[in-house]
Design a binder for this molecule. Structure first.
Ligand code: ADP
Ligand code: MG
Length: 261
């Protein structure tokens, strides 16, 4: 939980009136969301409700038709120019994106690199660290996710749970202001889910700002400061887990929870 008082530090993530559509299909329908520094936000909602699109808009993998996103007070993908929003260059967007961690459902590790080099690659590619320093950082991060002994292995030699822990270490290597997780345990065998959730929970308790799309209701109840329920591209309900999960006010939230609990 953040100890910063509002107004002293900017929000970690601020989604301002975002609409996103594909042709006639409206996927996000006016989303406003504020995530404070150090806060853990769990995003729940049925399949197709726009959860992945929301995360992809936050790091500008998708450009909203209306509205914009700020991360640590800085507009993403655009700059203000006399009251209008102007698109940034691809290079500037990449620099912004490198400060936002993203962990995918299917890990997306580089198959031809060792675990150590998967974690060390981005700080080198972005010119932030020399290779030896990046590898030292990678070793620290692998220790943090419990994979010290796998540094020399290749992704295909690891279990899904181990691969996802590498992906989390890789996200941490850029020291991001926020890490976005898109259903990080959905592709895992049930017995591997716990080890990945334990790593995410460790980040949460150490004050990292996290936005986690998940169907793991128990995890959301235990770890999230706030739960956001998305349906039909809108935030239907949000609040502390005890409110949204145990005493939902909206019928659609109740219907969804009755299916997943
Ligand atoms: P969720 O993650 O909640 O399951 P998504 O954000 O992936 O939902 O998708 C929301 C809706 O947008 C779905 O109906 C999906 O088919 C549609 N959609 C997502 N990406 C695209 C795209 N690139 N082109 C067209 N439709 C898309
Ligand atoms: Mg999704």
């Amino acid at each position: 939980m953040s100890t910063a008082s509002p107004g002293v530090r900017p929000a970690a993530v601020e989604v301002h009136g975002v609409h996103k559509w594909y042709g006639a299909h409206r996927v996000l329908n006016g989303v406003d969301l504020t995530v404070r520094p150090g806060e853990v936000t769990a995003v729940l909602g049925p399949s197709g409700s726009g959860k992945s699109t929301l995360l992809r808009v936050v790091n500008h993998l998708e450009k909203p038709e209306i509205g914009y996103v700020s991360v640590n007070g800085e507009p993403i993908g655009v700059r203000r120019d006399g009251g209008r929003l102007k698109e940034l260059s691809e290079r500037a967007i990449l620099a912004q994106r490198s400060r936002i961690g993203f962990v995918f459902q299917n890990f997306h590790l580089f198959p031809h690199l060792t675990v150590l080099d998967n974690v060390a690659a981005a700080p080198v590619a972005t010119g932030r660290l020399r290779r030896t320093d990046a590898q030292e950082l990678a070793r620290e991060l692998l220790a943090r996710v419990g994979l010290t002994d796998k540094a020399g292995a290749y992704p295909r030699q690891l279990s899904g749970g181990q691969q996802q822990r590498v992906a989390i270490a890789r996200a941490l290597a850029l020291r991001p202001g926020v890490i976005l997780f898109d259903e990080p345990t959905s592709a895992l065998d049930p017995e591997l889910v716990g080890e990945v959730l334990a790593v995410i929970e460790d980040l949460a308790t150490s004050g990292t700002t996290l936005v986690v799309v998940t169907h793991e209701i128990g995890f959301a109840r235990r770890v999230a400061d706030r739960v956001v329920f998305l349906d039909g591209g809108r935030i239907v309900e949000q609040g502390p887990p005890a409110d949204v999960l145990d005493a939902p006010r909206h019928e659609r939230t109740r219907a969804f929870l009755s299916k997943v609990l």
